[in-house]
Design a protein around this ligand. Structure first.
Ligand SMILES: Cc1cc2nc3c(=O)[nH]c(=O)nc-3n(C[C@H](O)[C@H](O)[C@H](O)COP(=O)(O)OP(=O)(O)OC[C@H]3O[C@@H](n4cnc5c(N)ncnc54)[C@H](O)[C@@H]3O)c2cc1C
Length: 468
């Protein structure tokens, strides 16, 4: 039987596994650096958690009044604003965006750069070349030759010189047999959330209500309101009343947060519901599936709550339930360097820095509440308003593999450190660094990512607008 598409074997310089927050940017950067690039994505659009899990806005990462993530992040924001899908508020925060617009912008940027994308395709496992031990030393890091993919065409092996594992879960690294960390000291992960939107909201009336109830808003176009049990939110009495009335369950108040979305008037994006505590492993297919069910039921309760208790929401309806469960943390590679919370608190600098961060340690714990290490909490150098720490290139290089890089939330870091560096803008910058490095490794070093001249990479990133 002949299949109506080409099954000719093809090879690329760089294959990016997962076209999400870091992976899409990595693909664009690698293509702009001259590589033949394929981005393989399980779903039908780029952007990952920032689009398909509907995580908006970008969290701020500012030090001394300056945004620490530049380069392609700046270009994304400019393109989003130009099409009405991005906005800057009166306080100068330019991180507001519409996830549906971001899907379009990322795809345009990848294709314009000459990159290719293969949607609806799952990365199954890498093919690993046999390492050749010598008489005198341990085997060198293993070399991946291909990724086995699954899609409507069946199982296929796609070859490349360098692979970027941007699956968020380090799927490629884990299946290559390389070590990884997962969860906290007990193996317990941060909470997952299934994000959703309510459309048909009269935002003027909602704004007035929030103002009268202790959460004044600068503008009805940039709403941000929240409630977490025990965090002194002015909306807590309302939640208590709703729990007593049987509209909400107690756990619906573990984390509740709403945001405006540019380009979508009358729509509010919610950073909730939080998924049941025992379902916390996003790399466990049963947890992931049950999270969808659990989240949908909670969205139904939260919708009823908003309609009943928030003026302006009486006729609101569910606009979107994110097609992807929001997963904060699963596997994290063991890299050539593992970033720690001490590195963060001490504002550690690294000679091979590729990114600066001042976003706080932010753990959505399933062991009770949430934890945010914030300026007001301490006197460590990190808490100064002009502080930042750096992320080294080595944190993106998995031990035991010679032609693989891992940007994004699976970068090598402890549980606490990951909770700080995982925000989207850092994932962009890590993605951009790995995209350029992968293109250079494929072109000049036979795929060896440790062969890349990191000083030249830093100079190139500065040329592209980064502050590193
Ligand atoms: C609920 C929630 C709220 C958050 N809030 C904020 C916030 O307000 N602002 C902020 O800046 N950050 C926030 N974050 C953090 C941030 O969004 C994520 O850490 C970041 O987007 C992760 O980026 P990534 O590239 O590592 O992974 P992802 O963006 O998740 O990308 C992984 C991609 O790989 C694909 N993929 C996975 N496995 C495979 C496979 N085997 N084969 C093929 N494709 C695969 C996925 O479909 C996805 O597209 C939040 C996270 C969550 C979960």
């Amino acid at each position: 039987m002949t299949l109506p598409y080409s099954t000719e074997p093809r090879t690329w310089d760089v294959i990016v596994a997962g076209g999400g927050t870091a992976g899409a940017i990595a693909g664009i950067a690698a293509a702009r650096a001259g590589a033949r690039v394929l981005v393989v994505e399980a779903l039908g659009s780029l952007g990952g958690t920032g689009t398909n899990a509907w995580v908006t806005p970008l969290m701020r990462n500012v030090s001394a009044g300056q945004n620490l993530n530049r380069g392609l992040t700046d270009e994304l924001k400019a393109r989003l604003r130009a099409r009405g899908d991005g906005a800057t508020d009166a306080g100068g925060n330019d991180n507001w965006f519409n996830p549906e617009g971001l899907k379009v912008v990322l795809e345009q940027m990848l294709l314009e750069a000459g990159g290719e994308v293969l949607y609806h395709t799952q990365v199954v496992a890498p093919l690993v070349a046999e390492a050749q031990p010598t008489a005198h030393r341990a085997p060198p890091p293993a070399h991946l030759t291909a990724l086995v993919l699954h899609n409507k065409g069946g199982l296929q092996a796609f070859h490349a010189g360098v692979f970027i594992d941007a699956t968020g879960d380090a799927d490629v690294v884990a299946r290559a047999g390389s070590p990884f960390h997962a969860g906290d000291e007990d193996g317990v992960h941060q909470a997952m959330s299934l994000r959703f939107t309510l459309a048909g909201v009269e935002t003027g009336r909602l704004t007035a209500f929030l103002g009268e109830h202790g959460q004044p808003q600068a503008s009805p176009d940039f709403l941000h309101f929240w409630m977490v049990w025990g965090w002194n939110s002015s909306l807590e009495p309302l939640f208590r009343e709703a729990v007593t009335a049987g509209v909400l369950e107690e756990r619906d108040g573990d984390y509740f947060q709403g945001f405006s979305v540019p380009g979508r008037p009358g729509e509010i994006s919610f950073n909730c519901p939080r998924i049941r505590a025992d379902l916390n492993d996003g790399a466990n297919p049963w947890h992931l599936s049950a999270a969808q069910t659990d989240g949908r039921a909670a969205i139904d309760r939260l919708t009823a709550f908003c309609r009943r208790y928030f003026p302006g929401c009486e006729a609101a309806y569910i606009g979107t339930v994110a097609p992807m469960v929001g997963v904060r943390e699963t596997r994290r590679i063991v890299g050539e360097y593992t970033l720690t919370v001490e590195d963060i608190l001490d504002c550690r600098r690294f000679p091979d820095s590729i990114c600066r961060n001042h976003y706080p340690v932010d753990i959505h714990s399933v062991k009770g509440g949430a934890r945010l290490l914030h300026e007001r909490d301490g006197t460590a150098p990190y808490f100064a308003p002009d502080a930042y720490h750096e992320i080294p290139y080595r944190a993106l290089v998995p031990v035991g593999l010679r032609n693989v890089l891992v940007p994004g939330r699976a970068a090598s870091s402890t549980f606490e450190a990951q909770s700080a560096i995982r925000v989207q803008q850092n994932c962009h910058t890590m993605g951009e660094a790995t995209g350029i490095a992968a293109a250079w490794a494929a072109r000049d070093h036979g795929g060896e990512v440790r062969g890349v001249d990191v000083a030249a990479l830093q100079a190139e990133m500065r040329r592209l607008g980064h502050v590193i």
